[in-house]
Design a protein around this ligand. Sequence first.
Ligand SMILES: *[C@@H]1O[C@H](CO)[C@@H](O)[C@H](O)[C@H]1NC(C)=O
Ligand SMILES: *[C@@H]1O[C@H](CO)[C@@H](O)[C@H](O)[C@H]1NC(C)=O
Length: 231
Amino acid sequence: MAHSAAACFLPLLFTALFLLSSCRFGSGIPTRYDGFYYSGGGGDWKDVIVVDAFLDPLCPDSRDAWPPLKQVVRLYSPRLAVIVHPFPLPYHNNAFLACRALHIANKLNASSTFPLLELFFKYQERYYNGPTKSMSRSAIIDDMAKLANGAVGNFSEFLLGFEDWKTDMAARTSFKYGCTRGVAGAPFFFVNGFLLPDAGSALDLETWISIIGPLVKNQREQWLCRYGPSI
Ligand SMILES: *[C@@H]1O[C@H](CO)[C@@H](O)[C@H](O)[C@H]1NC(C)=O
Ligand SMILES: *[C@@H]1O[C@H](CO)[C@@H](O)[C@H](O)[C@H]1NC(C)=O
């Protein structure tokens, strides 16, 4: 009978899938570098300044850090590459869901990732611990899907994303990556791999310029030494 054959094969199938997945994640190393690429780069990666930004979509300091970061990108583009890593702080009860929502958006429509992040920043009070304390998890997910609808484009597909273990895994990977870098708050910024001081608070545009400006200038001088002024 097809039925009993399936009953025999299913455990085997699951074992195979389990082995497959445990092989893939056995080393704990994801197949791609974590995070959402915001801008910059192109050309030789050694000639760009790389900013890794660890942001919690439900954290007020991360929200306040975002506009100056965008401004500094505009100022130094394309010399500055910005990669955003969603990092859910455990004391923001809905932050992991919000980070997962970003991974879902990124999967469905990559160009909706940052519009959704900005929607979270704009309406983050809705998802604070107080206003959601008597809401069920599925009601919160539903609300996030409604919020995302404007940016991502397909409500039902977005909801299904919360059933997809891969989006859960992606959000975990982001979190774990932050842990391996010693991230203990948000926002945390790394420039060319080095942690900036004042981690956990928003940086204003002047501070960014004081950090990035000299690096760009030094890079330019090194470039001139190597290739001469004709470029
Ligand atoms: C993808 O997201 C962008 C940005 O929010 C939006 O303009 C576009 O319509 C979306 N594409 C689809 C197919 O929904
Ligand atoms: C939304 O996604 C579902 C599932 O993939 C698909 O069947 C449906 O046609 C999509 N709707 C729109 C408006 O794109």
